[in-house]
Design a protein around this ligand. Structure first.
Ligand code: NAP
Length: 214
């Protein structure tokens, strides 16, 4: 898919991988709709539109999808990148943190895809990418909420792929950025810009031969 002129919604675009993805897409001439809670950071990206949304509330996710559709008329590519890390053992993690992890990492991406994919399927083209964490999603000591919510994200992404992928023209894939140095993973050895370029390459290819692209 030629990304120039495509309407691309990037969630979690205020920092880390999402900010690098948004910048890279702007450079390629895409019409980027950038979203996160920290609106001031979104203004630095050169995006076509910015949308402040708190994805810990799936109602905000629906409002976000509708706002981008109202502004640009369609969404060609959805990058479900926003994520929150919640640490703590299963015994320690509080209900509020557990709820936030699942809302941001799994339920809001689900809601966004559910709202935006029908238009893609109708037009016979589109891409949905979910930024996953397969190193931790099978389970990781002290990171149970994050791991389980990322496993849910992987699961629904594969379901979506079965429902609208392949012959129907919508490419759906999970993207593994690797261990990347960001606010979420300050010790990560990887470079967010390099991970973003890999993801953009998969978006441009509009397909992935593997279930989880890296
Ligand atoms: N870094 C790694 O090694 C690594 C590895 C595997 C997967 N990932 C995934 O990569 C994605 C990007 O993370 P990152 O590493 O780039 O970390 P990051 O810099 O902390 O980025 C996280 C993004 O998510 C947004 N976000 C968090 N809570 C939100 C909320 N309630 N509502 C809306 N947006 C929210 C943040 O924006 P605001 O705070 O402005 O809302 C921020 O833009 C995440 O899904 C993460 O799980 C990262």
């Amino acid at each position: 898919m030629d990304l120039a002129g495509r309407v691309i919604l990037v969630t979690g675009a205020s920092s880390g991988i999402g900010a690098a993805v948004a910048r890279g897409l702007v450079q390629r001439g895409a019409t980027v709709a950038a979203s996160a809670r920290r609106g001031a950071l979104l203004e630095t990206l050169g995006a076509a539109s910015t949308h402040v949304a708190d994805l810990s509330d799936p109602a905000d996710a629906l409002t976000l999808a509708d706002a981008v559709l109202a502004r640009h008329g369609r969404v060609d590519v959805l990058v479900n990148n926003a994520g929150v890390r919640v640490d703590g053992s299963v015994a320690e993690v509080g209900l509020e943190d557990l709820d936030r992890a699942f809302q941001v990492n799994a339920l809001s991406p689900f809601v966004l895809a559910g709202r935006l994919v029908p238009g893609m399927a109708e037009r016979g083209e589109g891409v949905v990418a979910s930024v996953v964490a397969p190193q931790v999603s099978p389970g990781r000591r002290g990171m149970g909420a994050y791991a389980a919510s990322k496993a849910a994200l992987e699961s629904f992404t594969q379901t979506l792929r079965q429902e609208v992928g392949g012959g129907r023209g919508v490419a759906v894939f999970a993207f593994d950025p690797g261990w990347v140095r960001t606010d979420l993973a300050p010790d990560g050895p990887g470079d967010p810009a390099e991970a973003a370029e890999r993801l953009i390459g998969h978006l441009a290819a509009a397909r992935s031969r593997r279930d989880i692209a890296s």
